[in-house]
Design a binder for this molecule. Structure first.
Ligand SMILES: [Zn+2]
Length: 255
């Protein structure tokens, strides 16, 4: 393991209008519904995304359910998910599914696309075809790339960059306190413990990442640092592309 890494994150733009015009907005085209739980009284849905397109055989039903009942009761939700799961790619059939998870494709609304290689339109970044090719050709690990579509659902030469690690589950939840949990719908609420955020802020200020938070991937997200982080090999492969929309900085790995 090398002793430095590189962080790419969105450049801070105060003017919301300017931010919009640079990055646009993106969201999944189809979703698993959220849940209205009769036991805890909560309605909720996550912001996570599946790394695959909504299967053709269930697309029509998913679309209709999403339009009519973006949140449904627990029994109905369970019925949809058990049935829809059968159509999922085999490696996804046995995974736990969170309410509100979105399918690919990611739909991008932007007025004018600038000549740059990385955009920050929503919960995950969008990259150019040029950057996508570099990542694929060099078999960079940790990234799952999915072609995005425009407002009319036509494919664009840009890709949704999904990072496969899950720092919220792997680290953040373990370091925080579970203060509420519903065994029926799976809702969990966490609170940070004393000093936790202060410690994170200090790492951000110093640009230091503890080795224990680094997964076995060359590209990954962090529960402390915004955007994503890459190894020196990936940095060398991509550093000459155009990252006008980003702040890029070197992080020091500490033990
Ligand atoms: Zn509940």
């Amino acid at each position: 393991m090398s002793d430095s890494l590189w962080q790419f994150h969105e450049k801070a733009i105060v003017d919301d209008h300017k931010r919009q015009s640079l990055n646009g907005n993106a969201d999944c085209l189809f979703y698993i519904p959220g849940v209205d739980c009769p036991h805890c009284g909560r309605s909720f849905g996550s912001t996570s995304q599946f790394a695959f397109n909504c299967p053709e055989s269930i697309l029509e039903e998913v679309r209709n359910v999403d339009r009519k009942t973006p949140c449904c009761n627990l029994e109905q939700w369970q019925e949809y998910v058990n049935r829809w799961k059968k159509a999922f790619p085999s490696e996804w059939k046995n995974l736990a599914i969170e309410p509100g998870t979105g399918f690919q494709p990611y739909q991008w609304a932007i007025r004018k696309i600038r000549e740059t290689d990385l955009f920050w339109p929503g919960s995950t970044p969008i990259i150019s075809e040029r950057l996508q090719r570099v990542l694929l050709k060099n078999k960079v690990t940790g990234a799952s790339l999915h072609q995005v579509v425009d407002k009319k659902a036509n494919p664009l030469c840009y890709y949704n960059l999904l990072l496969l690690n899950d720092p919220r589950t792997d680290f953040w939840k373990k370091e925080s306190l579970l203060v509420d949990h519903c065994e029926h719908c799976g809702y969990e609420q966490y609170r940070q413990v004393k000093g936790q955020q202060k410690g994170y802020n200090q790492l951000v200020r110093k640009g230091e990442i503890p080795r224990k938070y680094i997964p076995e991937y060359e590209m990954f997200t962090s529960h402390i640092f915004n955007g994503f982080i890459v190894t020196p090999r990936v940095y060398d492969l991509i550093k000459n592309l155009d990252f006008a929309n980003c702040e890029v900085r070197e992080l020091t790995v500490i033990d």
